[in-house]
Write a protein that binds this ligand. Structure first.
Ligand SMILES: [Zn+2]
Length: 201
């Protein structure tokens, strides 16, 4: 692939603790935010309200695209101000944000490497995530294989807080927060197929 190197270092993040994050948001141990990113008091919401609020910013455990091995969150650690910790916030990826160079580079070249942004727009479910990239040849079949019944079976024996609500509303939750993503661009699929075809056996 002849695209120039990305600015700085790219850090790939694979969270493996979706259930812990979910439960801590549910019980108020971790901040819960509304769609605008403003804090919510978990204790003031009923179970359905907490579930809806968590899903805006966190994947339903078992439904995170990160678990497919196809998706990662990208930051430019070299561009972080000294002493600052990594935060996945939209403002950092805007034209005046610390990751603006990375974001511009990815906008130009990600498809050439087979990657795309599944959460590019607000589709009424997950908020836009300009840091989250999917590798199309793995993510597309993984998404096609995931079904609400598969999730229900996996979660039924888990310690997921709010399970009654999730179970009752699973088809809607699935449609809004799992299925409602961008389609893989043909360019990303074509680039990945090309790189497979030219890889030495
Ligand atoms: Zn992510």
């Amino acid at each position: 692939m002849s695209a120039p190197a990305a600015p700085g270092s790219i850090w790939c993040r694979y969270p493996d603790f979706a259930l812990t994050i979910w439960n801590e948001k549910f019980n108020g141990a971790r901040p819960l935010l509304d769609r605008a990113g403003q804090p919510l008091a978990a204790q003031a919401l009923d179970e359905a309200g907490r579930v809806a609020a968590i899903l805006v910013w966190s994947a339903l455990p078992g439904a995170s695209r990160h678990h497919w091995g196809s998706d990662c969150d990208l930051v430019d650690r070299a561009a972080l101000p000294a002493g600052a910790s990594v935060e996945l916030l939209g403002k950092h990826y805007a034209a005046d944000g610390c990751y603006a160079r990375l974001s511009a580079w990815l906008a130009r070249h990600a498809h050439a490497y087979g990657f795309f942004l599944p959460y590019d727009l607000d589709r009424g479910g997950v908020r836009p995530e300009p840091w989250h990239f999917s590798f199309a040849p793995l993510a597309v079949p993984a998404q096609a294989a995931l079904h609400p019944d598969l999730l229900r079976a996996a979660l039924a024996g888990s310690k997921l807080l709010g399970w009654e609500t999730v179970n009752r509303e699973l088809p809607d939750v699935f449609a809004r927060y799992v299925s409602a993503v961008a389609s893989a661009p043909p360019a990303a699929l074509a680039a990945a197929a090309l790189s497979r075809a030219t890889r030495p056996a």
